[in-house]
Write a protein that binds this ligand. Structure first.
Ligand code: UD1
Ligand code: UDP
Length: 368
C-alpha cells in the first residue's frame, strides 16, 4: 500500500535562501528515490524578493534547484510593503495547497512572511537556521529571526549556541540540533565549483594574491558615513598592493550611485554565481564582509575573515580567531586585512555535512 505523500511547502526569495534550500531539496529527492512508499511532495514558492538574474535565476541553473511552482513577483519595497505583499500572496497559495508543513530559511522578510502566513492558517512551520541572535534589534534580520522562531513548531538549529539562545527565550519544544545546511552546500558543491568555475582566469587573479569583499547589510549601506568609511578602508588595502575584488550587491550599487561615491582602485564586478563565489573565497588571502553566509564560508575554508560589523550571530568564528569584528573604521579594516592571522582549529560547530538529511529524518518522524 502506498501512503499519501507528505506535502511540504518550501519558501525562498533571497539569494542565500536558494543556497540553503538546495541541500534540503537534494535530501528530499534522495529520500523519495529510495522510499517510493513514503514520498515527500515539495512545492516551491519564490516570493520574488530577489529577481535579477545574478541574484536568483543563476542559482536555479547552477545548483539544479527545482523551478518554483509559484513565483510571487513581490520585488523590492519598504519592509511593510514587501512583507505585507508576501503575506497576502503566500497565504493564497497555502490555502489552495493545504500543505502539512511549511519550511522557511534564515532571517529575511521572505522568512517572516512565510512563517506568519502559515502559522495564522494553523499550518506547522519549520525554521531552518533557528536560534541565531546578534542581540541587535536595529537589524531587520534580528526582528525576522526572533519572530519566526517564536511562531515555529520545528526549530532546526545549526549550532549548540543557537539551541542555547532559544532556551534562554523559553523555547525548548521542537528544537533540533541538526548542523548547518550551508556547510552541507559548501561540501556538496565544492568539487563542482573546482571543475566548472573559470572565475580566477576570467578576472586575472592569482591564488592568495587578492582580498575578496562583499557589502550589503542595510546597517552599513544605508548610512552614508558608514559606507564611505568602509570604501576608504577597502581602497587603503588596494593601495597597499593587495587587489580587492568586490562583487557588488544591488543595494550597494544603488547607494553608491545615489551618493556618487567612486570605487576607483577596487575591482568591482557583478554578483557572482555560487560556484564562482566558492572558488573566489577558497583562493582569497582574506575575506572582508558584512554577510552572514560569507563569514561562515570563510570559516569553513579556513580563510581569515574581517567582518564589517560590531557584532555577529556566528560567534564561534570569532572565538576561534578566524574572524575579527572591525565595524566600519578604515584603519581597523586595513590593519585587520593585512595582518597575517591564522585562527586555531577549534572544535567543529557546524555539523558533519548531513544537516539536510537530519532535517528530512526529523520531519519524517514527526509526520508519521
Ligand atoms: C535581503 C535581506 C538580508 C539578506 C540579503 C541577502 C531582508 C530584510 N533583508 O537584503 O537579510 O542578507 O537579502 O542578499 O529581507 N535589488 C535589485 N535586484 C534584486 C534584489 C534587490 O536591484 O534582485 C535592489 C533593490 O534596489 C532593493 C535593494 O536591492 O531595494 C535591497 O533588496 P532587499 O531584498 O530589500 O534587501 P537586501 O539588501 O537584498
Ligand atoms: N554569494 C554568491 N555570490 C555573490 C555573493 C554571495 O553566490 O556574489 C553567496 C555566498 O557564497 C553565500 C550567500 O551568497 O552562500 C550569502 O548571501 P548574502 O551575502 O547575500 O546574504 P547573507 O548570508 O548575509 O544573508
Amino acid at each position: 500500500m502506498t501512503n499519501k505523500p507528505l506535502k511540504l511547502v518550501t519558501i525562498v526569495g533571497a539569494r542565500p535562501q536558494l543556497i540553503k534550500a538546495a541541500p534540503v531539496s537534494n535530501a528530499i529527492q534522495r529520500h523519495n528515490s529510495k522510499n517510493p512508499n513514503r514520498l515527500i511532495y515539495e512545492i516551491l514558492i519564490h516570493t520574488g524578493q530577489h529577481y535579477h538574474y545574478e541574484m536568483s535565476q543563476v542559482f536555479f541553473d547552477e545548483l539544479r534547484l527545482k523551478a518554483p511552482d509559484y513565483y510571487l513577483g513581490v520585488g523590492s519595497g519598504t519592509h511593510g510593503y514587501q512583507t505585507g505583499e508576501m503575506l497576502k500572496r503566500i497565504e493564497e497559495v497555502l490555502i489552495k495547497e493545504e500543505p502539512d508543513l511549511v519550511l522557511v530559511y534564515g532571517d529575511t522578510n521572505s522568512t517572516l512572511a512565510g512563517a506568519l502566513a502559515a502559522s495564522k492558517l494553523g499550518i506547522a512551520v519549520a525554521h531552518v537556521e533557528a536560534g541565531l541572535r546578534s542581540f541587535n534589534r536595529k537589524m531587520p534580520e534580528e526582528i525576522n529571526r526572533v519572530l519566526t522562531d517564536h511562531i515555529s513548531d520545528l526549530l532546526f538549529c545549526p549550532t549548540p549556541k543557537a539551541v542555547e539562545n532559544l532556551q534562554r527565550e523559553g523555547i525548548t519544544k521542537g528544537v533540533y540540533l541538526v548542523g548547518d545546511v550551508m556547510y552541507d552546500a559548501a561540501l556538496q558543491y565544492s568539487k563542482l565549483a573546482g571543475q566548472k568555475s573559470r572565475i580566477l582566469g576570467q578576472l586575472g587573479l592569482k591564488p592568495k594574491q587578492y582580498a575578496l569583499a562583499t557589502i550589503h547589510r542595510a546597517e552599513n549601506v544605508d548610512h552614508p558615513e558608514r559606507i564611505k568609511s568602509i570604501l576608504t578602508g577597502l581602497k587603503a588595502i588596494a593601495q597597499s598592493g593587495l587587489p580587492v575584488v568586490l562583487p557588488l550587491h544591488p543595494r550597494t550599487r544603488k547607494q553608491l550611485e545615489t551618493l556618487r561615491l567612486s570605487t576607483n582602485g577596487l575591482y568591482v564586478i557583478k554578483p557572482v554565481s555560487y560556484l564562482d563565489m566558492l572558488v573566489l573565497e577558497k583562493n582569497a588571502r582574506v575575506i572582508i564582509t558584512d554577510s552572514g553566509g560569507v563569514q561562515k564560508e570563510a570559516f569553513f575554508f579556513r580563510i581569515p575573515c574581517v567582518t564589517l560589523r560590531e557584532e555577529t550571530e556566528w560567534v564561534e568564528t570569532v572565538e576561534s580567531g578566524w574572524n575579527v569584528l572591525v565595524g566600519c573604521d578604515p584603519i581597523r579594516i586595513l590593519n585587520a586585512a593585512l595582518e597575517t592571522r591564522l585562527g586555531v582549529n577549534p572544535p567543529w560547530f557546524y555539523g558533519d555535512g548531513q544537516a539536510a538529511k537530519n532535517i528530512v529524518s526529523v520531519i519524517l518522524n514527526i509526520f508519521k
